[in-house]
Design a protein around this ligand. Structure first.
Ligand SMILES: [Zn+2]
Length: 442
């Protein structure tokens, strides 16, 4: 059919209007990048997917997140990735790395691209969950979050990054709150909330175990963990992960009450499912982990930020770790992981007590408590339905703070109070929650 002149003009007009609109929405474009994706039956694969809302096709930045390399403020671009790889090659040629430095795997362009695309894609997915499913106004209003790759610095509440040489961190992940410099210094500005992912460094497991001083509570912990985690992960690797995620390997003392823990061991199991596929590794004698590749770890870290309007991510407690994991598992929606969490929380332990039953001994077993909290919150999904349970748990953060909320007091009360505003029928549902908590020894 021949177009009339009017049609041609309309087309031209529409075209120019859409160009103006596109320019107006901060040049948001979409581009395909490979990311880690879950297959239908629980496995993972690396496959290209469209990342929407990019500020430029070759730049890992959206309105909500900016992926940066180490301490850089500019967004990572394909150009910068080539630069990073070239600079490293040049530096290594001038001064060969020591044997310890050589354990930090040098990045190639493909890997850096995968890491950047993967954190950005999954961070957007986590944000969408809080904004679209939970209708969170706070998350919708969040500042642009900086996501750092390969940063080794520890967090300092006074100036964001501790000195480069102070206890560099590897193989773990962290989220930080915003802050202002304690003392004015040139180049030191206030910062917003951020998510940090460490470089991967190969650690021979034997060396690692030798490095770990015996913790007086260790034997007790190990025994508890053996009964609590009926998982396939090798016990040694499990202990290793546990130590790495607590940052214990680089702390002078094994017992360090302020070290952060990232997540529960149930999620660690999820991480291993990913790693088996993407990380062509799992050499039994060595350990390393690219946390930026694991969707559940990205969800976990973002969940800390989504909860951070009342639960600061500066200290790890069973309640805030268990909650972050509850959302990580909800966002991930892995049926395999859901089954594991359920199996864990309903199984019967060696002492004949149900694991789902709150035991006072948990108070002295930090990690076990996080898993208990995850299992507990997950159980609510069956009682209230997935949507309401997720809303009640999210609403509970308003009645919790990181420092003084324990399970028996803080969490129970917060869930019941949250129900007053989030439940379909508060009177009835409060009874349901009350009964459910009582059945679990709370
Ligand atoms: Zn955490």
């Amino acid at each position: 059919m021949k177009r009339t002149n009017t049609q041609k003009i309309t087309f031209a007009l529409l075209y120019s209007i859409s160009t103006v609109l596109a320019a107006d929405s901060a040049f948001a474009v979409s581009e395909n990048y490979p990311v880690v994706q879950r297959e239908k039956h629980g496995g993972f694969e690396v496959a290209p997917i469209a990342i929407d809302g990019l500020k430029a096709r070759d730049q890992f930045e959206t309105e909500h997140f900016r992926v940066s390399y180490k301490k850089e403020e500019a967004a990572l671009t394909l150009d910068r990735i080539s630069g990073i790889v070239a600079e490293k090659k040049k530096a290594d040629a001038e001064k060969p790395p020591t044997s310890d430095e050589a354990r930090v795997t040098p990045r190639d362009e493909e890997t850096l691209k995968l890491l950047a695309a993967n954190v950005l894609y999954h961070a957007e997915k986590a944000r969408a969950f809080f904004v679209d499913v939970l209708k969170s106004e706070e998350v919708k209003k969040m500042e642009q979050i900086v996501v750092r790759l390969d940063l080794t610095n520890r967090y300092s509440q006074f100036e964001r990054f501790t000195n480069d040489n102070y206890q560099p961190q590897f193989n773990n992940a962290l989220s930080i709150e915003g802050g202002t410099p304690f003392k004015p210094k040139p180049g030191l500005n206030p910062w917003g909330r951020e998510m940090w992912f460490r470089p991967r460094k190969e650690i021979p497991i034997g060396e690692l175990l030798a490095q770990m001083p015996e913790d007086p509570a260790n034997a007790q912990l190990r025994q508890a963990r053996q009964t609590l985690y009926p998982m396939q992960i090798d016990l040694v690797i499990r202990d290793t992960l546990y130590a790495i995620f607590q940052g214990r390997l680089t702390t002078p003392s094994f017992i360090d009450s302020v070290t952060r823990q990232t997540g529960t061991l149930i999620l660690m199991e999820g991480a291993f499912q990913v790693l088996k596929v993407v990380n062509r590794f799992l050499i039994p004698q060595k350990f390393y982990l690219d946390t930026a590749l694991v969707p559940e770890i990205v969800y976990h870290e973002f969940s800390h930020l989504a909860l951070s309007d009342s639960m600061k991510p500066d200290v790890s407690t069973p309640v805030n770790e268990g909650m972050a994991d509850f959302f990580a598992a909800s966002i991930g929606g892995s049926p395999k992981l859901a089954k594991k969490i359920k199996e864990f929380s309903t199984a019967v332990g060696k002492n004949g007590k149900k694991r789902q039953f709150f035991q006072i001994e948990y108070e002295s077993l930090g990690k076990a408590q996080s898993d208990f909290v995850l299992g507990l919150l997950w159980g609510l999904r069956e009682k209230l339905g997935e949507t309401y349970a997720t809303q009640v748990v999210f609403g509970a953060r308003k009645f919790l703070n990181t420092k003084d909320s324990d399970i028996r007091d803080g969490l129970v009360r917060a869930l019941l109070r949250s129900c007053d505003t989030s439940c379909e029928s508060p009177l009835r549902d409060r009874m349901v929650i009350h009964q459910f908590l009582q059945d679990r020894g709370l």
